[in-house]
Design a protein around this ligand. Structure first.
Ligand code: SAM
Ligand code: SF4
Length: 320
């Protein structure tokens, strides 16, 4: 479906839970966030109905997220069922990787089209610190196993000044060694994210070019998102820069988001959205209309810089 600014909206991020087994400092407070009762979380059947309605309005690519999607039982089966919906072109999932190793075979068998694995440090202690207790070796093991299983893997790394900026070149080396994409993400003022701690992707590019002078922009399409990619001639793997703050990509935004409680958010930046609860009770036509309404109400762009209308919920509650 085309929105009122002429953008094609063909992609939806679906949060299946607000729960998480980690406590990344920019995403969740150490004590966690009050959990939403399971009775208010969409059932898998409801999510599948929403996907079918979404396909009818031209949304054919889906990303399952959270919270941590793999903490919700039956998530791999959701992937399988989504893949069987006629018209669905792609189902991928984003995860912190802590519980992934045990689920890779099931996910591959369910037909997953790709995994985004979040990992902000390659140093054990630092990883444990930023994730509030995570085990780096578990995520590294999951990355290797996913690659062996033939699943397309992308690493998401959120950079923060004076924390992990010294690892930019290490992450690039990791991408080239494993032959996978590593994407550096600018921290956004959503939830607990403090953009003052963030590093602009221009700064990142300068570091990369110093270490790899042969680095060149890669014009091939790598996914659904707004990352700009760089690669080394003749080398597998690439570095993606996702620059929400410093190079706004809103004019080419192609997505809407579904929270685990059934709110469709046209834009990550604002609290407003279309609640699908009533439409779910009314029937599939109402659902389709509600999704169309969400697409029609997509704003021209975010207002992260003036910070006046910024979403107050955490990323884990929205579905990052
Ligand atoms: N738990 C899964 C994970 O970590 O991949 C999925 C949900 S998590 C909210 C999705 C992504 O959002 C992660 O890569 C995380 O780094 C990113 N994220 C969380 N808070 C953010 C913020 N304030 N700005 C930018 N990215 C953020
Ligand atoms: Fe959990 Fe992902 Fe948020 Fe980290 S970024 S606390 S893994 S939801």
């Amino acid at each position: 479906m085309i929105d009122r600014y002429g953008r094609t909206i063909n992609y939806m991020r679906i949060s299946v839970t607000d729960r998480c087994d980690l406590r990344c400092r920019y995403c969740m407070p150490a004590e966690g966030i009050e959990k939403v009762s399971m009775s208010r979380i969409l059932t898998y059947e409801e999510i599948l109905r929403i996907c079918r309605a979404a396909v009818e309005i031209g949304i054919r690519r889906f990303k399952i997220t959270g919270g941590e999607p793999l903490v919700r039982k039956g998530c791999t089966n959701l992937v399988r069922e989504m893949k069987q919906i006629p018209g669905v072109e792609q189902v991928t999932l984003t995860t912190n990787g802590q519980q992934l190793t045990e689920k890779i075979d099931e996910l591959a068998e369910a037909g997953i089209d790709g995994l985004n694995i979040s990992m902000d440090s390659l140093k054990e202690e630092r990883y444990t610190y930023i994730t509030g207790g995570g085990d780096l070796s578990r995520t590294l093991r999951a990355i290797d196993k996913s690659i062996c299983a033939g699943i397309k893997v992308k690493i998401n790394c959120l950079l923060q000044k004076q924390f992990n900026e010294d690892e930019i070149a290490d992450f690039a080396a990791f991408a080239f060694e494993k032959g996978i994409d590593v994407r550096f993400i600018e921290i956004m003022p959503v939830g607990y994210g403090n953009p003052d701690a963030g590093l602009s992707n221009d700064e990142v590019l300068a570091v990369l070019k110093e270490r790899y002078p042969q680095l060149e922009q890669d014009e091939t399409v790598h996914g659904n998102g707004p990352a700009v990619y760089y690669r080394l001639p003749g080398q597998g793997g690439a570095i993606g820069l996702i620059s929400a703050m410093n190079h706004s990509f809103c004019s080419s935004c192609n997505r809407i988001r579904l929270t685990s409680q059934g709110l469709v958010k046209p834009c990550l930046c604002y609290e407003d959205g279309v609640d699908l609860r009533q439409a779910l009770a009314s029937g599939d036509d109402a659902l389709k209309e509600a999704l169309e309404k969400a697409v029609r109400s997509k704003p021209a762009g975010h207002s992260f810089h003036d910070r006046t209308t910024v979403e107050t919920k955490a990323m884990s509650q929205i579905g990052g």
